[in-house]
Each structure stands twice: as structure tokens, then as C-alpha cells.
Design a protein around this ligand. Structure first.
Ligand SMILES: NC(=O)c1ccc[n+]([C@@H]2O[C@H](COP(=O)([O-])OP(=O)(O)OC[C@H]3O[C@@H](n4cnc5c(N)ncnc54)[C@H](O)[C@@H]3O)[C@@H](O)[C@H]2O)c1
Length: 379
């Protein structure tokens, strides 16, 4: 058994607590640790870091942990702490990662890695120069629905892929007559909020890995709800975009249309749907499920609004079977990153991949400002 000590910053937040501490590292501990290829068992030891000592103490006590501090510099100065993890608000990220890299720690981080491409590239270069390992959360790739979709792509099911339609979103309450279900900083541009900065980094790695590399972007972003109410019930100006409507071109002439909205009501089976059309078949994947229709099972509707629809179109799709065990995606990626750090194996979802995500967000925002389509140059 070998211990690996991980400084976890932002662990009182939604993502830091639920997905990364509880569902990933504590879950790995409950399983007795992580089995490395050489038979060693790696046991993660979290050091909880944040700004509020009382909250950290309560959190540590609740989970039988003892190591917590509000002093990030001291945690980074301790040579026993090997890895730094960041799930702070987006705006605090660059400072945290920069310090950790300078202290010689391996770093793993939530997305977006920065608010600008320059800063994101700076982090990737600094980490490479320091010789530390680096990883960025790419959780959507581990969703059962997207893993089934990737399996379909790899099997050649689609023939030639023509287009992709991503429909993401749900209603985020304004916060007055019902509490909002997302933190208020997400809706303030000055605090690092906004749909494009939040979701385009996800769409970048999803498209690059599952469908084809992104080549250009046109985006139209809007703030549909201009006033919201914060955690204290106080009104604030929602200065960030809460929806974005984008058209992207991918390698091979594939067209991707992406709707991302916190101001829409769900009429889908899941909070996100990925609809892929190919010459030989189509698929609709969600977070968990995936349905397909092969060209041999494709109906031949004839447009005639004078008659009621003769086909039950949804009934003609087939569920893709599970055929696998899908563990929590955040946990699976933690296991991969910890294994890469321990063994020195290459790690694909690194700060360069994180920078590509920020690049798409930055170009998406620029496209929306200027009202034009922009190339996405290779980094
Ligand atoms: N991978 C995903 O699917 C996913 C989903 C949601 C959010 N995120 C990302 O995770 C990060 C955190 O989002 P969240 O929804 O958990 O937010 P949150 O507001 O719930 O948590 C933010 C954390 O940062 C800390 N924090 C707040 N203000 C700070 C400041 N000024 N300086 C330092 N720390 C501060 C808070 O104490 C808290 O621990 C964001 O960067 C967001 O983009 C990723």
C-alpha cells in the first residue's frame, strides 16, 4: 500500500465536495484504494483546503478525515503533498494552479482551466517546464451515453457522419419565487460566469474525442434573464450569457449545432441529447441512454400536413444495450490520472487539452461579439 496525498482546493463547493471528494476519492478509499498495474495499491489521502476553517473542520469530521487547512501556501510547501487539485470558482483557478506548479506539484483541475487562452497556454507551458504531470476534468466522456456513442462511432455504425446536434439545458430558477439550483456567480460575467465559458470547454473535448476535431465556430450568445436573485435573496444584474446557439464545423465537413441554455424547459428524456446523423445510421445519446436507427429501419415519411402523422417515429429507434459497467465518471478519471502520475504513463486530458477547451470558449465569445464565423487554429 502506497499513500498519495492530494491537496484539494475548493472542496466545499458543489463539484469539489460531491463529485471529487465524496464520489471519487472517498469512494476509492472505501474500495480499499486503487490497484496499479504492478500490483501496488495506491491510497489517496485528501488535504482539504478552503477559506473557511469551520466548514473544512465540519467536512473533515463528517468523513473521518483529519487533514485540513486554510493555508494553501503551507500545504503546497509540504513535500509530503504530491498532487494539487483545484475545484475553486473559475476566477481563482489560474492563481491556484500557478502556485502549485511553482511548488513542483502534479496538478489536476476542473474546467475551464482559465478565463483566457493566453492564461491557459501559460499554465500548460509552465507545467511542462516544471516537469509535473497535469490533468483536466473531461467528465462527459465517461458518461454511459457518450461511451455508447463512442462505441458506435468506433464500430463504423454511422457510415459517413454528416452532422451532430447537441441540445443541452434546463430551466435555472431566477432565485426569487424559487431558489436557484446553480451558484449566482455563474450568471455574472465579472465573476467568471457565463454559458460559453462554462460549457464550450466540454463541447470541445466531446467533439474532438467522440466525433471529429473542431475546425470553426459561429456562436450567438444571449442573456435571456437579465435579473436574478442570489443566495441571500438579493437581486443582481445577470451580466453573463445564459444561453448560446452555435454552429461548428468539424474535420471531414461534419456540421455540429449546439444549443446550450439555462432558460429552456426540458422536453427530452435527459438534460442533454447528442443526435448524430450518418449515411448508414443515426443515434441519439443522453447522459445514460443511447438509441439508434439503422438505414434499414428508417421510415419513409411523406410530407402531408393535411393528414395526421402516420408513423410513431420514436418507436422505430432501438436502445443500445449497456454491455459494460459504468462507474462514476469523475471517479474513473481520477483513477486514470492517479495511475498516470504513479506509473509515468502518458495522459491525454492534460492542460493542453484544457487550453483547447478555453480556446473554443474564447473564440465562441469573440464570434458572438463580432457576429462572424471564426476558424479554430490548431494549438
Ligand atoms: N465538470 C463539470 O461538469 C462541472 C460542473 C459544474 C462546475 N464545474 C466547474 O467547477 C468549478 C466550481 O464550480 P461549482 O459549481 O462547484 O461552484 P461553487 O460555487 O459551488 O464552489 C466554488 C468553490 O470555490 C470556493 N470559492 C468561492 N469563491 C472563491 C474565491 N473568490 N476564491 C477562492 N475560492 C473561492 C468556494 O468556497 C467553493 O469551495 C467551476 O470552475 C466550474 O466551471 C464543472
Amino acid at each position: 500500500m502506497k499513500k498519495v496525498t492530494i491537496v484539494m482546493n475548493g472542496v466545499t463547493g458543489r463539484m469539489g465536495y460531491r463529485q471529487h471528494l465524496v464520489r471519487s476519492l472517498l469512494a476509492i478509499r472505501e474500495e480499499g484504494g486503487l490497484n496499479l498495474p504492478d500490483g501496488t495499491v495506491l491510497f489517496p489521502e485528501p488535504v482539504l483546503v478552503g477559506r473557511n476553517a469551520a466548514k473544512l473542520e465540519a467536512l473533515a469530521a463528517q468523513h473521518g478525515l483529519t487533514n485540513f487547512t486554510t493555508d494553501l501556501d503551507a500545504a503546497l510547501a509540504d513535500p509530503a503533498n504530491e498532487i494539487y487539485f483545484d475545484a475553486q470558482v473559475t476566477q481563482a483557478r489560474v492563481a491556484g494552479l500557478t502556485k502549485a506548479i511553482a511548488a513542483g506539484k502534479h496538478v489536476y483541475t476542473e474546467k475551464p482551466v482559465a478565463e483566457t487562452l493566453d492564461e491557459a497556454l501559460g499554465l500548460a507551458r509552465a507545467a511542462d517546464a516544471a516537469g509535473v504531470r497535469h490533468g483536466v476534468v473531461a467528465d462527459k466522456l465517461y458518461l454511459p451515453g457518450l461511451r455508447k456513442l463512442k462505441r458506435l462511432v468506433d464500430s463504423g455504425f454511422f457510415g459517413r457522419i454528416l452532422s451532430v446536434r447537441i441540445d443541452f439545458g434546463y430551466w435555472v430558477f431566477e432565485g426569487d419565487w424559487q431558489a436557484a439550483q446553480r451558484p449566482s456567480w455563474n450568471y455574472r460575467a465579472e465573476d467568471g460566469g457565463g454559458m460559453v465559458l462554462d460549457m464550450f470547454p466540454h463541447w470541445r473535448y466531446v467533439l474532438d474525442h467522440v466525433i471529429a476535431p473542431v475546425k470553426s465556430v459561429y456562436a450567438h450568445s444571449v442573456t435571456h434573464i437579465p435579473q436574478r436573485f442570489d443566495e441571500q435573496g438579493e437581486p443582481y444584474a445577470a451580466t453573463a450569457d445564459d444561453a448560446a446557439y452555435a454552429v461548428l464545423e468539424l474535420e471531414g465537413g461534419i456540421v455540429a449545432q449546439i444549443t446550450s441554455s439555462w432558460a429552456t424547459r426540458v422536453d427530452r428524456t435527459e438534460l442533454v441529447a447528442f443526435h448524430v446523423d450518418g449515411t448508414h445510421g443515426s443515434a441519439v445519446a443522453g447522459l445514460r441512454g443511447c438509441r439508434i436507427q439503422h438505414r434499414n429501419a428508417t421510415p419513409k415519411p411523406v410530407w402531408n400536413p393535411d393528414l395526421p402523422t402516420s408513423h410513431d417515429f420514436r418507436a422505430l429507434w432501438t436502445d443500445v444495450p449497456e454491455n459494460d459497467v459504468y462507474d462514476n465518471g469523475f471517479k474513473v478519471q481520477w483513477a486514470e490520472f492517479l495511475t498516470a502520475v504513479a506509473t509515468g504513463a502518458p495522459y491525454a486530458h492534460d492542460l493542453w487539452a484544457g487550453a483547447r477547451g478555453v480556446q473554443l470558449a474564447e473564440l465562441g465569445a469573440q464570434s458572438a461579439r463580432e457576429g462572424r464565423r471564426l476558424e479554430v487554429p490548431a494549438l
